[in-house]
Design a protein around this ligand. Structure first.
Ligand code: AP5
Ligand code: ZN
Length: 205
């Protein structure tokens, strides 16, 4: 499978693509995680962290490089967080074909709640939510015992900026796949299990 998972910040792309990768034995290619692991890397455009902490997009050449390297090694994959503008979509179409394009639809109020309540494990990267998916012990990862922290860009102000950037740059990408006829919209509300069942139906369609 070559799956693209699109959706606004907080739609559940990370949660669902991790499950898809497990279920079908796919590489999980996520530009957000790759960039977070290299926030301080010096590039000719500055560091990725300068853009990320402000909620802005990291320049295309830096992100395209990450994706092309990951695609070289991947047999099947689920792509999460890329493409985020029409230029990236164009670049991607030159690198690979896609079998399935899923758009996860979630209303904006719910996105803000999900992101401001998200906690991530500082050791293993597992994702939680203070209300929707709390760990057994507050602030401690169920998987590895690591400390749970809030992502730098999950403050309400930066979340609003990320949503603005999404509307301006990424919604045209969603429209592009919709017009092409390849996009399948999935309701991203309900429990993560409910959403996963819906995506699986599309993938196995
Ligand atoms: P990135 O890491 O890709 O962030 P994002 O797109 O904003 O998406 P998120 O990771 O915030 O949300 P998600 O949809 O994965 O939701 P999750 O599953 O965690 O990018 C971060 C930054 O990196 C960008 O701002 C940019 O600077 C840079 N960047 C990345 N890619 C780039 C690119 N291609 N070009 C340029 N720059 C790039 O879920 C969210 C929360 O909700 C969690 O707490 C979870 O537990 C909870 N949750 C999940 N599902 C449900 C459910 N069904 N019900 C209730 N709660 C749920
Ligand atoms: Zn952990």
């Amino acid at each position: 499978h070559r799956i693209l998972l699109l959706g606004p910040p907080g739609a559940g792309k990370g949660t669902q693509s991790t499950r898809l990768a497990d279920e079908y034995g796919l590489d999980h290619i996520t530009t957000g995680d790759a960039l977070r692991a290299n926030k301080g890397m010096e590039t000719e455009y500055g560091t990725p962290g300068e853009y990320m902490d402000a909620g802005e997009l990291v320049p295309d050449p830096v992100v395209n490089e990450i994706v092309v390297t990951a695609l070289e090694d991947a047999d099947g994959f689920v792509l999460d967080g890329y493409p985020r503008n029409l230029e990236q979509a164009e670049y991607l179409s030159e690198q690979t074909d896609l079998d399935t394009v899923v758009f996860l639809a979630v209303p904006e109020d719910e996105l803000v709640d999900r992101l401001t309540g998200r906690r991530v494990c500082s050791e293993c990267g597992a994702t939680y939510h203070v209300r929707f998916d709390p760990p057994e012990e507050e602030g401690v990862c169920d998987e590895c015992g690591g400390e749970l922290v809030q992502r730098e860009d999950d403050t309400e102000e930066t979340v609003r900026e990320r949503l603005r950037v999404y509307r301006e740059n990424t919604e045209p990408v969603v429209e592009h796949y919709r017009e092409e006829g390849s996009l399948v919209e999935v309701d991203g509300e309900g429990t993560p299990d409910d959403v996963f069942d819906r995506i699986r139906d599309v993938v196995e369609g």
